[in-house]
Each structure stands twice: as C-alpha cells, then as structure tokens.
Design a protein around this ligand. Structure first.
Ligand code: SAH
Ligand code: SF4
Length: 447
C-alpha cells in the first residue's frame, strides 16, 4: 500500500438538507483505510445522516487511524486528543475511532481517550450501531454495501479503488499490519467482477484492485484462482478502460501474472513492487522471504515482457543493523533499476513486531542522512526518466482539474497536466509532452 498523504476528509458534499444530522470522516493511512471510510460513510447515509463540511458541524465524527509508523500514530493521537474540546462544547457529539490503531488495544485506548464513544477494528462496521439510536435501528445489510470507493481526491467518479483481499499472511519483522489486519481473506471472485460491472455502468473508467498483498489473491479460495484470473475477468468488463493493482509482493510476482499484464490491453503498464532493501542480509532480517537476485530477476522479466512499463518501489532506511555498506547496496539497486518513483520511509519500531525487540541503534540523524541521499538520487533519476517523454504523445485519462488545468495520468501512472477549453473529464486524450518536470509532466492536446 502506498501511504496517502496528508490526512483527508472523505466526506463528499451534497446540497445541505436543513435539520439532517451530520457526520464527518477523518482518514489517514493507506487506500484500504480510504475504502473502509467510504463504507462507514455509506452506512451513515443509510441511517439518514449527511456529510458535514467541517468537524464542528458534525453530530458524529469518525477517525480512521494508521499506525504503520510512529509519525502516523502521533498524528492520529493528536487529532483524537483535540476532539475532546469539541466533545466538551457539545456533549451530544458522538466520536468513533477505527483503523489499525484499534485492533486489540481497546481497553488501553478507552483509558487514554475517554471522550471517544466507540472503538471498532478495521472491518467491524456493525459496531457503528452502538453510536446513536438512529444507527441502532437502521437495518443495514453489510453484505450489500459497496466495498469500493471512488477516488476521493478528485471526487469525479472516474477512478475507483476496490479491495479484493484483506489482511496479510507475511510477517515482515518491522510491520504491524498483520497484527492489526489479521490473516488474508480474499473476497469472492464473482462478487468483485459484479461490483466492477456495476461501477462501469455508472461511468467509472479506471479500477485499481487493492490488497496489502494483492497478488496473494485467491490463495485462500477453493480451486486454483489467482490474481491473474481476476484481472482477466475484470479486463472483460465493458466500460472499464484501465486496470491497475496495488500492492504486490515480489515473492508472488509470477511469470503468469507478468504474461497476464502483457496480454490484457486494459492493464496499465505500471508495477509497484516494494523491495524495502537492496541487501540480502537486511532482507533476511526483515523476513521478506526473497533475495535481491530474485527481485532483480522479476524486474528483468517484467521489463522484457511489458514494453514501456514503469516501476515504483518502497524502501525502508535505517533498519536495525543496516550498515553503511548495506545501505550502499540499496543505493546501487535504485541506481541500476531506475524506478520512476520511490516511496521511502525511515525505520520506525512498532511495538509488538519482531524487530521492535532489537535495538533501534541507528540514530535519527543517520536515518535522515540516508533518507536524503536516496531522495537526491531519486530526484535525479525521476527527472531524467520524465525528460525522456519530451515531445512524446501519451494517452491520458482525465480525472479532474487542478489550479485551472486539466489533470490526468498516463498509463504508466505519471501525472500529466494540460490546458484546454472544453470539458475533458473522463476522456482519454492524447497529450504531447512539452515540459517534463521532476514529478509530473505538462503538455498540450494532440488529437
Ligand atoms: N504490503 C506492502 C506494504 C505495506 S506497509 C509490502 O509488502 O511492501 C506500507 C509501507 O510502509 C511499506 O512498504 C514500508 O516501506 C513502510 N513501513 C511498514 N512498516 C514500517 C516501519 N516499521 N518503519 C518504517 N516504514 C515502514
Ligand atoms: Fe507488512 Fe510485509 Fe505484509 Fe507488507 S507483506 S503488509 S510489509 S507484513
């Protein structure tokens, strides 16, 4: 999962209905949290609540938390703490805290945040009924509620994110996710395909299939179903133009999956494949279950099979015991493989994980230095890679407007902006790149 930033209010805003009770959703963390906030919103709307523009206009506030790193956890704690003031001013206000901070921690959290009314884990939506009498009475069939969410950054309904597998069966030594989200549970195949077909009938053009380990999809289902089968079925849904999936684990990035990407015309030529470190000893202590050689082999196979493919990865710097030489291994890997984008984080010990028992001996200043070194390297590489698009025509799916310009993404997932009169929302346009920037491209329509 790619941590989204910064925190977002996922309340979408229809015309106000005077007198209706209102809810406010505050979400941090990954796309999975975003999807679960959307589902909570759907439940609240069924109970007659409406989205509030601001938290101080709300009768219910739901905070959806992330604890993948200390920084995220601190932000959530700050937010929840600050809500105590609103609750004092309005004792009728109901507050719920959900997400990865909650699982197994309810008693502690109840002590720490006594002004919170309900604590519920990532998929315990039925607990929302404890918030108010309206919710207690509403007859919500949870199975009937959509699992997906439509791109809340843009709220244009062009792109949608669909969770297909919950939880994670890996136990990377630094990672809190398996403890908070449990073991893998794949959603039924037909349910997903039907949901995508329904979304397509409402105008959704681009679908991103989600999971902490999205390419473990199907391993827990009867038969031989895998992500490749699901991708093929979704590729056949009329109306869907683009298909993506996040986040893959290198161990399960099989030849079959790569061939499926090459065969299905709607699957975009972009792979996010977190490597985490470029050194085998570090990978072993991270319990990542693959080697640098395996990772390089997968990237080679992807590049040989999918022309024009773009790649991104995740890196952790300053893992316990990471020597300067091991860190250099990561730098070399990035230099050799030339990813379009690197999501990097400084190691943050998470209580309860294996590596939290090891001394976090690399000082903050050294973690920051390594972080900065990667940032400098990657800024250069990203700029060079974007520069090669100068004068090229890219197919851009327009998903919104930003600062007066149309905005969309290429199939390779690069952000592209262009100026043009008319309404281009939801259109796939050919854009000639005139000005490549480090993190995005500027171009003009080339129809
Ligand atoms: N399932 C995905 C990652 C999910 S967590 C995968 O296997 O890669 C999202 C990202 O957060 C990870 O890729 C990792 O880079 C980062 N992360 C997770 N735990 C962390 C920790 N304890 N400290 C720093 N970064 C961490
Ligand atoms: Fe965490 Fe590893 Fe599972 Fe990713 S694969 S969610 S990093 S345990």
């Amino acid at each position: 999962m790619i941590p989204l930033s910064p925190e977002r209010s996922t309340s979408f805003i229809p015309e106000p209905d005077i007198g209706a009770k209102r809810y406010y959703l505050w979400t941090v963390g990954c796309q999975m949290n975003e999807a679960e906030s959307a589902k909570a919103g759907a439940i609240l709307r069924q109970a007659g609540f409406q989205p509030a523009r601001r938290e101080d206009d709300a009768d219910i506030i739901i905070v959806n938390s992330c604890v993948v790193r200390q920084q995220a956890e601190d932000k959530v704690a700050g937010k929840v703490g600050a809500l105590a003031k609103l609750k004092r001013a309005n004792p009728e206000l109901k507050i719920a805290l959900t997400g990865c901070m909650v699982t197994g921690q309810e008693a502690k959290l109840r002590e720490r945040f006594p002004h919170v009314d309900v604590f519920y884990g990532p998929s315990e939506f039925e607990r929302l009924t404890e918030l108010t009498p309206e919710l207690a009475e509403v007859d919500v069939d949870l199975a009937e509620l959509p699992h997906y969410y439509e791109d809340s950054e843009n709220e244009t309904g062009i792109s949608a994110f669909v969770p297909i597998i919950y939880g994670c069966n890996f136990v990377c030594s630094y990672c809190i996710v398996p403890y908070r989200r449990g073991r893998e549970i794949s959603r039924p195949f037909n349910e997903i395909v039907n949901e995508v077909a329904e979304m397509a009938s409402r105008g959704v053009k681009e679908v991103t299939l989600l999971g902490q380990t999205v390419n473990a999809y199907g391993h827990d289902l009867p038969g031989e179903t895998e992500l490749s089968d699901l991708l093929k079925a979704v590729n056949d849904v009329d109306g869907i133009e683009r298909l993506r999936f996040l986040t893959s684990h290198p161990k399960y990035f099989t030849d079959r999956l790569i061939d499926t990407m090459a065969e299905c015309e709607k699957i975009c030529e972009h792979v996010n494949l977190p490597v985490q470190a470029g050194d085998n000893e570090v990978l072993r202590r991270m319990r990542r279950t693959y080697t640098v050689e395996h990772y390089r082999d997968r990237i080679q196979r992807i590049r040989d099979t999918i022309p024009g493919v773009t790649l991104s990865t995740d890196i952790i710097v300053g893992f316990p015991g990471e020597t300067e030489e091991q860190f250099e291994g990561t730098m070399r890997l990035l230099e050799d493989l030339r990813f379009e984008k690197v999501h990097q984080a400084m190691y943050s010990p998470r209580p309860g994980t294996l590596s939290a028992r090891w001394e976090d001996e690399i000082p903050w200043s050294e973690k920051r230095r390594r972080h900065q070194a990667i940032e400098e390297l990657q800024t250069r590489i990203s700029a060079e890679l974007n520069d090669r698009y100068r004068g090229h025509v890219l197919e851009v799916l327009v998903d919104g407007k930003q600062k007066g310009r149309w905005r969309g993404r290429s199939r390779g997932n690069t952000l592209v902006f262009f100026d043009a009169p008319g309404d281009w929302l939801g259109e796939t346009v050919n854009v000639r790149v005139t000005e490549p920037m480090t993190w995005y491209l500027i171009g003009e329509i080339n129809q």
